[in-house]
Design a protein around this ligand. Structure first.
Ligand code: ADP
Ligand code: MG
Length: 238
């Protein structure tokens, strides 16, 4: 069970508060999309779930566990970034294996997990290449491979497709959604793209200026926007 429960979470950088008290629950195996304009706090919220930023107030639970103060490696989450963050000098296989190597996972198990991730992501023939020898879509798959091999309870995506061209983006949306079903985890997917917001998730979370404006099924949010901001951002009919 990997429900993600966020209660009263705030975040300040120095004197400036940028997340003003967020409450939300994402059910086990749900695919939640967090959408909102640039600077509204999406990445900060995701990074707090990952443990890459401390919360200034509030609590975060993953399943039954209070992880508010837990190290990133103890949260069983994996994050996929927009800029891939691949190591240019390492092969695809070692890029995928990197986190497992750090954790001291036995070599045979690493090899088996990398092979499985490569199969799921159609990277089988590319394992010895370097990132520069890959297309943008392939690089994004390597970044996802790195998340998959860790077999996390929660997948966190921070605008993973925003560097891809439009055609590839359409294909990758479907792939990510399929991957989510296949892996059986809970996903939190951040985007500022209204199409992704409407089409990818079971749950849509609309943020603005450090607050959650509305949470609901995408079509419900579209049909019954809770504010003028939500209506204009989602493009609801007047
Ligand atoms: P989004 O991902 O929605 O574009 P962010 O979470 O990156 O928004 O940023 C939310 C706000 O927090 C912005 O005003 C941003 O400038 C600020 N911010 C983010 N990270 C830091 C940081 N490390 N130090 C200071 N301010 C930050
Ligand atoms: Mg961001």
């Amino acid at each position: 069970m990997a429900e993600v429960r966020i209660a009263g979470v705030r975040k300040a950088f120095g004197p400036v508060e940028v997340i003003h008290g967020v409450d939300l629950t994402i059910a086990d195996r749900q695919f939640a999309v967090v959408v909102g304009p640039s600077g509204c706090g999406k990445s900060t919220l995701l990074r707090m779930i990952a443990g890459l930023e401390e919360t200034s107030a509030g609590t975060i639970h993953i399943g039954q566990r209070d992880v508010t103060l837990a190290e990133p490696k103890d949260r069983n989450v994996a994050m996929v970034f927009q800029n891939y963050a691949l190591y240019p000098h390492l092969s695809v296989a070692r890029n995928i294996a990197f986190g497992l190597e750090l954790r001291g996972t036995p070599k045979a198990e690493i090899a088996a997990r990398v092979a499985r991730a490569a199969e799921i992501l159609h990277l089988d023939g590319l394992l010895e290449r370097k990132p520069r020898q890959l297309s943008g879509g392939q690089r994004q798959r390597v970044a996802m491979g790195r998340a998959i091999v860790r077999d996390p309870d929660v997948f966190l995506f921070d605008e993973p497709l925003s560097n891809l061209d439009a055609k590839l983006r359409v294909a990758m949306r479907l792939e990510i959604r399929k991957l989510h079903e296949a892996l059986g985890g809970t996903s939190v997917y951040v985007t500022h793209d209204q199409i992704e917001a409407m089409t990818m998730g079971d749950l849509l979370i609309v943020m603005n200026e450090g607050r959650v404006e509305q949470i609901g099924r995408p079509m419900e949010v579209y049909r019954r926007p809770a504010s003028r901001f939500v209506a204009s951002f989602i493009g609801s009919p007047p």
